[in-house]
Design a protein around this ligand. Structure first.
Ligand code: ZN
Ligand code: ZN
Length: 57
């Protein structure tokens, strides 16, 4: 399942993640801001799910 993360910190210009229309991110290990080893992330939600749709609105 593809999940988006909603990070606690806003993406910086160094962010290497794929940014989603809902405002979430698909974190990559290469991103200095949101690499998977570097929490915290506020929230995870499934791509295309109810929460994702809510955030897109
Ligand atoms: Zn990032
Ligand atoms: Zn989403």
């Amino acid at each position: 399942m593809v999940r988006h993360s909603v990070p606690c910190t806003a993406p910086s210009p160094a962010c290497a993640c794929a940014q989603q229309v809902c405002g979430g991110l698909s974190p990559t290990p290469y991103c200095p801001d949101h690499s998977t080893t570097k929490e915290p992330v506020l929230e995870w939600h499934p791509a295309g799910g109810i929460r994702c749709t809510e955030l897109t609105r």
